[in-house]
Design a protein around this ligand. Structure first.
Ligand code: NCD
Length: 426
């Protein structure tokens, strides 16, 4: 970790301090801290005085828990699944290991922003097996692997794979292991990716197993919440998160609620029509960890006062013949509703894809120019987070900072037409 932004961001996370509290602790103006946190290439960015850097290191040594608590093993070992380098469930993380992963993702940012290049995974090949529809998860895992210098081989759908000929998961997984160095798998059955993992010693990442889990999505969602909160001076502890939509079959919310439960004193409002509620075992788990959980079918009531609104698509493809009542077009998170019941600093999230057709009961496209809409910052964060996961599972996370060179091409400072609005905010 070399950049001052990374050092400061990491210190605030470990000390659990907002920007206001951290600048007070350092005895500097909040404005000064903000300029030290700006990306190095922004015109407003300033170098932090050497003395401040030393002071930060000293405070960390005295007051923060060491990165890994009592556990000094490499991160890949600490998050292992039954001793193996897989990512199957968010249950593999605790708060320390999660924040250590975020630190690796921060290191990846200059590569994700196309300012730097790295070849730490040169020669490695990723096998990408998607037996369900996907755009962003499949492409972002592939792009993340390529940006670390690796290459990708993929197959999509059952039709074009030998599974259409009756091949077992065991055989497919073992065969692929002879060809590639890591596997990313999406499959319609819950538990199927764990079955892939049992048949191989190479890292396997769960990119969605039916209604089960989607751990990398939840990790990038939480990383996004932390970054958004960091610029607003908020902490994840004590925050109010509203989850909206198909909470029964939506695997992203199943993973995200478990990760958020690692923090302290949250309030969750779970808003879903009666037949699409969050599974009871997850509600119990979160409540047992000391969080407040309220469930309501009323969008208006549930969204009121939330710091984060996380909307999800209705997962019709997973319905087992249920009749869904109450999931009418009124069940839409639109600009008028957000303006009425949300706060000026509420962040609006969605794992995407969202149904953008008129009358769809999803996150409305009329919010597209609202700065509270964080969905594209979420998708952008998928790259550094997935790069971090590969680096950690393949044991190269400490080589990345040293391996970086300047990119030989130029890409736009803002990749989306509305991004400039957030210039300098993180
Ligand atoms: C989600 C998924 O596939 O679980 N998308 C994603 O990966 N970002 C959500 C969905 O399909 O609704």
């Amino acid at each position: 970790m070399s950049q001052q932004q990374d050092i400061l961001r990491d210190a605030m996370r470990r000390l659990n301090l907002t920007r206001d509290a951290f600048s007070e602790r350092l005895g500097v103006r909040r404005r000064a801290l903000d300029t030290w946190l700006l990306p190095a290439d922004s015109g407003e960015s300033r170098a932090m005085p050497e003395m401040v850097g030393k002071f930060v290191a000293e405070i960390l040594q005295r007051e923060a828990l060491p990165a890994s608590g009592a556990d000094a093993r490499p991160l890949g070992q600490r998050i292992a699944a039954e001793g193996r380098p897989h990512l199957l469930s968010v249950a593999q993380f605790n708060r320390d290991s999660l924040e250590d992963l975020f630190q690796v993702a921060d290191v990846m940012q200059p590569i994700a922003r196309r300012q730097k290049v790295s070849r730490v995974l040169e020669g490695a090949v990723l096998g990408s097996l998607f037996f369900e529809a996907s755009t962003r998860t499949r492409v972002s895992f592939g792009a993340a692997f390529c940006r670390l210098g690796g290459t990708v081989c993929d197959t999509t759908g059952f039709t074009f794979s030998s599974m259409a000929k009756g091949e077992s998961i065991y055989d497919t997984s073992r065969v692929m292991s002879g060809y590639v160095d890591a596997l990313v798998v999406r499959h319609p059955e819950q538990g199927s990716v764990a079955e892939f993992a049992r048949a191989t010693n190479i890292p396997v990442i769960n990119a969605g197993d039916g209604p089960g889990e989607h751990p990398s999505q939840a990790i990038l969602d939480l990383y996004t919440i932390q970054r958004e909160f960091s610029r607003m001076g908020k902490l994840v502890d004590g925050t109010h998160v509203a989850m909206v939509g198909d909470l029964k079959y939506g695997r992203t919310v199943h993973s995200l609620i478990r990760l958020l439960a690692l923090y302290r004193g949250l309030k969750f409002t779970l808003i879903a029509p009666p037949s699409l509620e969050m599974p009871a075992y997850l509600v119990d788990l979160v409540a047992r960890n000391g969080h407040v959980v309220e469930q309501t079918p009323s969008l208006e009531e549930g969204l009121r006062g939330a710091d984060v609104v996380y909307a999800t698509r209705i997962q019709k493809e997973r319905f087992a013949g249920e009749e869904i009542e109450g999931y009418t077009p009124e069940f839409q998170v639109c600009k008028a509703l957000v303006d009425r019941v949300c706060k000026p600093d509420t962040i609006l999230m969605h794992p995407l894809p969202r149904d953008g057709r008129p009358g769809a009961n999803d996150l409305s496209i009329d919010l597209n120019h609202d700065p509270r809409l964080a969905i594209f910052r979420q998708t952008d964060n998928g790259i550094p987070v997935r790069m971090a996961l590969f680096a950690v599972l393949m044991g190269v996370e400490h080589q990345v900072a040293r391996s970086m060179r300047d990119a030989g091409w130029r890409s736009p400072a803002h990749i989306g037409p509305d991004d400039a609005e957030f210039d300098g905010l993180d």
